[in-house]
Design a protein around this ligand. Sequence first.
Ligand code: AN7
Length: 369
Amino acid sequence: MAHVWQGVINEYKDRLPVTKQTEVITMGEGGTPLIQARALSELTGSTVWLKFEGMNPTGSFKDRGMTMAITKAKESGAKAVVCASTGNTSASAAAYAKQAGMRSAVLVPEGKISMGKMSQAVAHGADIIQIDGNFDNCLEVARKLSESYPVFLVNSVNPYRIEGQKTAAFEVVDTLGDAPDIHVLPVGNAGNITAYWKGYREYAQETPATSGETLPAVSTRTPAMWGFQAEGAAPLVLGHPVTEPETIATAIRIGNPASWDTAIAARDESGGLIDSVSDVEILEAHRWLSSREGVFVEPGSASGVAGLLKKARAGEVPRDATIVVTVTGHGLKDPQWAIKGAEAEDPTAAEPKRVAFDVVSVASALGLE
Ligand code: AN7
């Protein structure tokens, strides 16, 4: 019988903190496609793959960590969870909390989360609190709330989130047969770069399984981790927190990443780099992905590709390498940029032709002969 994907906890339970008794809260997350990026491969002379995390149940990579965090929250008897979010974490927390029969409270920066993400939190009945401040302020309040009140924190400062998210690295290796040379991804609060690096390291060495036995190494090597922040929100590049982060990529509008030290460790231990890309470069990459690769992502998700393009222009991308770029969230989360991007190239692009109900007229409008 064909294997039907069971969600990241069931698929990788030997490598995650669960027992046979654990009730797994899952929506079948993970198992996302690794898509060949033909245009990026041609440009770089390397083989470039896109790990398309928009294919998760709520449309972003956050579901990998959330299945784990909510499973553990439920196991500990929690009745409510809280998170701060630039949008995707709140969408995921709201959905998984419903799946677990729990209440969710989400703290979001006022006016700075996309309509798609907000609509998910609304649809799943989260208690939404808009904070007059940025993501970093929201996270501070969420942390304090969870310390003093009966709510379970599901931001990536919760180590279970990192555990769940590391499964993306496992999937890359399981698909390619070994780790890539370079793994590129956007960096905001820095949980994901931390998680990928943990996953790649675990797969490259013998690891004690949750069950007690020893699991052999799966890969022969680990990749260099290349992370990219938005220029106006690039604390890890600057080496100090940014008090007023600004970028059109609201997903990564974060000035003081919670996983700061582990992101720097991932960079240094892997022989990688963390650099920044401008909003213009992010939008170029966003447009590149949709118009050349056929992959629709939200702007923040394109910052890894923006970084790869920037490095390629500078002649700093090796040829004949295997490169995986994580694109973290779906384009439908924040679709306005697709319209704006298309219009910038061709002002009539977003205005479809109106044609009579007649095959000859339609053929003519399409330039068919
Ligand atoms: C699409 O949802 O921080 O470096 O609160 O939504 O692991 O934080 C989202 C972050 C990249 C950055 N791409 O990942 C949130 C939140 C997308 C994102 C990131 C986010 P991290």
